[in-house]
Design a protein around this ligand. Structure first.
Ligand code: HEM
Ligand code: HEM
Length: 197
């Protein structure tokens, strides 16, 4: 049965029982992860490339590592939730190649975020400097591997490269969301915003 989106009047593909919006949980997980990851990208670049004061730099490194633990928690929740949840129906007007591209970019975003988390964690664990990831309340995350300078440097180089691929993909993702909003006007951007239906 054909269903029309009450917000945009666009014909939606799929059965009448499927929503055309992400649920409140889906939206919360998307926006909290998106905000944190954008912040982590800015913080990472600032602490490595721009901040010169050594004390300030140290504090920013510690903050970056601790926030990494929070990103891990939220992303693990998000991935588990995503395996169980159904995505909203996409507009019928969306061509097949765009659906495939959008799915590919989404999967790649998940993959790159987890790759950033793993390379960051191994880099810190293998570092000869004993500075583990601090948690609120005074605890810390145990190291994953024994100190190994070469491994730590390899992970650092990977973390750096993956960060730039991630930035490129986020730009593509945001540009696509705005294209759907301003050009296609097909309700895809609205599917990630609160509303009825
Ligand atoms: C999605 C999560 C993460 C993002 C988006 C992110 C992003 C970044 C970025 C953009 C840089 C600067 C790269 C450069 O210019 O060389 C950086 C550096 C760094 N990140 Fe992350 N990071 C994440 C997770 C983590 C985690 C979990 C840890 C460790 C627990 C970590 C530890 C570090 C460290 C130590 C550096 C500095 C490396 C250096 O001295 O060159 N990051 N991160
Ligand atoms: C202005 C910023 C952003 C906008 C407007 C936006 C918009 C959207 C929209 C509308 C969707 C749903 C697409 C669909 O159902 O086909 C989506 C999905 C997604 N977004 Fe974003 N997004 C933004 C930032 C980000 C950032 C920074 C990240 C992470 C790096 C991100 C990661 C994802 C992922 C992984 C999905 C796939 C959801 C899934 O299938 O589980 N987004 N985004």
């Amino acid at each position: 049965m054909r269903k029309t989106c009450p917000v945009t009047r666009v014909v939606m593909k799929g059965t009448a029982s499927r929503s055309h919006r992400w649920s409140a949980t889906g939206q919360f997980l998307h926006w909290s992860c998106a905000a944190l990851i954008l912040f982590m990208l800015g913080l990472g670049l600032a602490m490595v490339e721009w901040v010169e004061d050594q004390g300030q730099r140290f504090d920013l490194y510690q903050l970056h590592k601790s926030l990494g633990a929070l990103v891990f928690l939220l992303m693990a929740l998000r991935a588990a939730w995503r395996l169980l949840a159904r995505a909203p129906v996409l507009p019928e007007s969306m061509p097949r190649h765009e659906r495939v591209l959008s799915k590919t970019v989404h999967v790649a975003l998940y993959g790159l975020i987890f790759a950033m988390l793993v390379t960051g964690y191994v880099m810190i664990s293998a570092s000869p400097l004993p500075l583990p990831i601090q948690l609120p309340g005074g605890g810390h995350v145990p190291n994953l591997v024994a100190p190994d300078f070469e491994l730590s440097e390899r992970m650092k180089a990977l973390h750096h490269r993956i960060a730039f691929v991630l930035i490129g993909l986020v730009l593509l993702h945001v540009a696509a969301a705005f294209k759907h909003w301003l050009w296609d006007r097909d309700g895809v951007l609205q599917s990630m915003l609160p509303g009825r239906g």
